[in-house]
Design a protein around this ligand. Structure first.
Ligand SMILES: *Cc1c(COP(=O)(O)O)cnc(C)c1O
Length: 194
C-alpha cells in the first residue's frame, strides 16, 4: 500500500498513472480533500485508513475508506458497527495492536486483544480480517512483527499489516500481507503540513 499522507498530488497521480491502486492515509480530514475526486477518475482505488480514528469522525471514515486498520477500542468498534448498519456501507477492518505497549501510541495492548476481537465479532458485530502494528522507533522491528504474526495466528486472522519504508522487507519475511510504504515510493513528505 502506498501511504500518501502529506504528499503532493502530482506524485500521487504518477503512481495512479503507473497502475497503482492501493493507498493509505493517516488522517480522515486530509484524505477527504484528495480522494473523493480521484475516485471519480479511478473507481477501482482501494483506500485504507492507517491513522487513529476518533469516534466523532466515524461517519466520514466509513463513507470514505474501504479498509480501516486502526480499530483499537470497543467504543470505536461499537460506533463503526452502528454506522455500517445505518448506512449499509461495509468497511473491512483490522485491529491495531500496540505491540510495544507505548503509553502515547494508539492500539490495543496485546493482553486485551482477545477481548476486543470477541467484542467485535459478537457484540458490534463486525468482521475483523487482520492486525496492524507500528513498532516503537527505537526497537528492532522484527520482534514486533513476530509478535503480531503470532497474535494473528492465535486468533485465526489472515491479514497482517506491518512494515514501512525502512523495514518492509523484514515484515514480508515475517508474513506481512500488507506493507505500508510512504517515503520509499513517493520521496520525503512535506513536514511543514500537519
Ligand atoms: C506514515 C505512515 C507509514 C509510512 O511511513 P514511511 O516511513 O514513509 O514508509 C506507514 N504506516 C503508518 C501508520 C503511517 O502513519
Amino acid at each position: 500500500m502506498a501511504v500518501a499522507k502529506r504528499q503532493p498530488m502530482d506524485r500521487i497521480r504518477n503512481l495512479l498513472n503507473a497502475g497503482h491502486r492501493i493507498f493509505g492515509e493517516n488522517r480522515v480530514q486530509e484524505a477527504q480533500t484528495k480522494w473523493p475526486d480521484l475516485r471519480e477518475e479511478y473507481p477501482d482505488i482501494e483506500l485504507h485508513l492507517v491513522g487513529p480514528l476518533q469516534t466523532n469522525k466515524v461517519p466520514e471514515a466509513v463513507a470514505l475508506f474501504d479498509v480501516i486498520q486502526s480499530v483499537d477500542r470497543t467504543k470505536l468498534a461499537a460506533k463503526l458497527g452502528e454506522e455500517m448498519t445505518k448506512t449499509g456501507k461495509s468497511v473491512r477492518l483490522m485491529v491495531q495492536v500496540n505491540t510495544g505497549e507505548e503509553a502515547q501510541k494508539s492500539g490495543i495492548a496485546p493482553s486485551s486483544l482477545g477481548e476486543l476481537i470477541s467484542y467485535c465479532h459478537e457484540t458490534a458485530p463486525l468482521k475483523v480480517e487482520g492486525l496492524m502494528c507500528l513498532p516503537p522507533l527505537v526497537d528492532e522491528p522484527t520482534m514486533h512483527f513476530a509478535l503480531l504474526a503470532k497474535l494473528a495466528r492465535e486468533h485465526g486472522l489472515p491479514a497482517l499489516s506491518m512494515g514501512m519504508s525502512a523495514d518492509f522487507e523484514q515484515a514480508v519475511h515475517f508474513g506481512a500481507t500488507h506493507v505500508r510504504v510512504g517515503t520509499a515510493l513517493f520521496g520525503p513528505r512535506d513536514e511543514s503540513r500537519k
